[in-house]
Design a protein around this ligand. Sequence first.
Ligand code: HEM
Length: 550
Amino acid sequence: MATLASISVPAFSCWGLEGFVLLGLVGLLTIAVSIFLLSSKSIDSQLPPGPTAWPIIGNLHQLGQQNLHLVLWAMSKKYGPVMRLWMGSHLLVVVSSAQAAAEFMKVQDKAWASRPPTIAGEIFSNNYNDIVWAPYGNHWRHVRKICSVEFFSPKRLETFRARRTEELSLTIKTIFQDGEKGEVVRLGVKLGHLSSNTITRILLNKRFFEADTAGEKDSHIFKELIVELFTMSAPLLIGDFIPWLNWVTTVSGFKARMNKAKTNIDSFLQAFLEFKKFKLMQQKKIQKKPQAAGSTNEEERHADEEEQFDPEADLVDALMAQRSEDGKGNLSEDSVKGIIQDMLLAGTDTNSLTVEWGLAELLRNPIIMTKLQNEIDIVIGKDRIVTETDLPNLPYLEAVTKEVLRLHPTVPLGIPHESMQVTTVLGFKFPTKTRLFANIYAIQRDPMVWERPLEFDPERFIKNPEINARGNHLQLIPFGAGRRMCLGMPLAILFVPVGLARLVHSFDFTLPGGEDPLKLDMSETLGLTIPRTHPLCVHPKPRLPKHLYL
Ligand code: HEM
């Protein structure tokens, strides 16, 4: 199966032929009006500079079929680190320097902490009942706090550590076994499965993406649902920018497909919640009326078996036990399902692609690879595996991880923010509902801040160990910064370094066909995140005693 990352999602794929034909017509019909509208838009001298906007479509035609972060980066070199664009009828500000990002995401963070409504967001978030798409407000604050405590607090992360280690060990084992057979290991696919399983083991206490669960019926269905969810929630739709062209999304059949994908995943998750509710009910019964020794009550025995089958709690259990934000009842099932979807969408490819890019960089930089392997060999030795608790003792690994996150931020434009009031930033005045993109990719490659910015050089973080990726230093914000910063960061900063460390401690890698690693293709393709154009394939050579793999 393809990894989720390999789903190709051009910036405006959903427009399709009909969208472009339509735009062409609109363009022709309105060309006369354009001069008038152009002047009316450009008179707003309080906005930052930006390319000339066309009527109706604004600058949409300039964004093309390339990766949006690259197009916007190129534009910012001409128009500056605070740039204005018109996305149809919506004003967008793009920030491309650390200094400007600090003003928007730190100093005036609260004013910019909402999300713009989108067609995909509305459909897939159960009407904004989730975290990622939810506008700033009570609901978002409430569910974000619940997840911070129940999912990402140090205590919870520790609770689920054994599951993470188990999943990673399983992946290392399958790499070892494939290697023993002399097979090429499709590492990108394996890491994608690892990341998905890590999340679903925490969310639902269930693994869906491993080879050994492929026979399970629901595993297969769930995989397909998730792939569809990724495909459908990615594209930018014309109706998101030109509201009166919303019907194009309907006529093209895309909206129907989105609704179908939503209904399917919703039914799957609902069935899961029903199962959980049944279990909870049974547990309550047992607590109320302890079973007498030797009882033959079928119902109680069944519940007992369920309890033994699934002894560990998961995030869904925790979510179902939470109160709603008004305290009047339980958290709604729509919210629980919305949160599960968020975690799957936001927390799978982001993690796995970062490890895949990291390993590719290490392969292209053998001196850095050797230095990292040496550090791990000295600190850990060769008679045990690396664990999360070793991380504080591996400073070079930390520097490598930061450098991977700098050069390969897998959410390169973050997730769009929206202003909730009129704001003045760096002397520019923005109306309410201005959209904001922080071009993380551009900021982290800014030559004004980073020496030799395109070079993979972890030493920069050995020299400046105080620079971290936790939103404190705006030149390094792979997880964003401020109130809407990535909620899953505490998990990602465990998953990425431990994943990298286990791989390079366990194996030396060569490339299929004797390909020279120095010439490894590092091109990026279009996606929800930034996948590699050519997912990484390797031949692994074990470095540790056999029993550590099995
Ligand atoms: C290397 C891995 C990851 C990267 C680079 C990353 C990056 C990001 C970025 C840039 C944002 C947008 C921040 C903003 O709007 O300013 C974000 C938001 C988010 N991320 Fe991550 N992320 C990663 C892993 C994860 C994981 C593992 C999870 C969960 C399991 C997760 C859950 C979320 C959620 C829920 C949000 C939305 C937060 C909100 O709107 O309040 N992320 N992430």
